[in-house]
Ligand binder design. Sequence first.
Ligand SMILES: [Zn+2]
Length: 393
Amino acid sequence: MSSSLSLTETCKFKLSPNEEQRAILGELFSTYGNIVKECLNKAIKMNVTSRKRLHEAVYRELRVKYPSYPSHYIYTAITQALGIFKSFRRLSRKKRNVKAPSIENLDTILLDDTHLFWFNWGSLKLATHKGHIIIPFELHEHYRKFIDWSVKGSRLVRRDNEYFLHVTFRKAVEEEKASGILGIDVNEKSIDLAIIKLDKVRFIRVDVSEAKYIRDRYFKKRRSIQTNTSGRVRTRLLAKYSEGEKRKINDILHRASKTIARIIAEEKVKPVMETLTNIREKIRYGRKMNRRLHSIPFRKIQSYISYKAMEQRFKPEFIEAKNTSRTCPICGDLNKPNGHVYKCNKCSFQADRHIVAAWNIAMKYPMWGALPLPPKAIDEALKAEMERIVIKS
Ligand SMILES: [Zn+2]
């Protein structure tokens, strides 16, 4: 069942053009902006989203109008214009009176990776109306890991009169063969893990309660800003604190998912998580918890874990299953957890409720053809102590 995984990551390089190149880039941005604008106007007028039809309608005319510009800028401009037009159509289907898109100062140029730019480590060769120009940029140490990756796509971005190259790198890796499953249950204060193998079981709690305290602290701060300030001061303070909160929480979540990825690699287990619809279902059970559970960035946590697991060559799986927090993993009976404890009324099995959920999530993935756990593993599971890893900021 081994397959290939594709990793992609985007890096930003700050370009250092000389004065002459700066002037060329300025012209390129304004002409390219005009080309996109003309494509977009045409797309709106004809109401087309087909690239073939838009191409037929604009290409020749634009080619004549901008003869010194490499023709592939017209191709990427069409792509960009269609992107803008499609998102406008999507939006106007949902809401009324959406303003038609107009582009005054376009600050992004989509590059075509075989005709418009050639990426070298430390310099960018760019096709322009003044021929090829080579613009140097500084390389930081952490870009080294991308040296054997391939360049997938790229954009030229202008911000505050500085120019940046955004490059998306891609690498294909072969999936590792897993020897077990890792069930992952994401909660408010912890990410709970159940490692299930045919002859081994481990339960680990990755404690992220620090993230909850940070959220609570910032929640109070925000409330006090809302009551004590107004106008622009309020807006500025709220923005500042929400940035700070986001940074701190992201840091904790990154470190937690790194820890989980390390466990995945060491144990050689396939990570299994619940789909978001499943999680929402679960939240509905405990109405009191609603506000707090809604503030947990489930999607973000899952995507961090997914990406880091893929870096370790283990492909994450998502299961759609009901009752992961209510099913007894031993006898299958349904019970409602009481506080932190899950207790089965039928077979009297008892354990931490989040561990039970992680265990059930792991078992929903049909790794061994949905067999029940062999007696040895059940025996192990009943004896297993919960290990604990605390993530601090
Ligand atoms: Zn039971």
